[in-house]
Design a protein around this ligand. Structure first.
Ligand SMILES: [Zn+2]
Length: 98
């Protein structure tokens, strides 16, 4: 007997800090990718269908659906912000010349 089915998986792929539209608290807003996986004997084998994106508030837990274009923009912003933060951390402070 072959046992097959499906299961949805959620993965946080990026995070940004901004004010939540639901609870109005400034908190980490996590970009979550939701995918359906085909399972064989309860083991996920491969994804199927189009993945969905959601923003999940770390403070209140509210989840809002997001379009693919908006999700990609969110990811770009998160990457740029992280790069800017890394540059700020590794920058050598300028020594004022006399
Ligand atoms: Zn919230």
């Amino acid at each position: 007997m072959i046992i097959f089915g499906s299961r949805t998986t959620q993965r946080i792929i990026a995070a940004l800090f901004f004010v939540c539209t639901f609870c109005n608290a400034e908190a980490a807003q996590r970009l979550v990718r939701v995918r359906s996986m085909f399972t064989l004997f309860f083991i996920p084998v491969f994804p199927f269908g189009h993945g969905q994106y959601m923003i999940s508030c770390a403070y209140c837990g509210n989840q809002t659906a997001l379009s693919r274009a908006s999700a990609e923009e969110f990811q770009r912003d998160a990457v740029e912000l992280e790069a800017a933060r890394m540059n700020a951390e590794t920058a050598v402070p300028e020594i004022p010349s006399a």
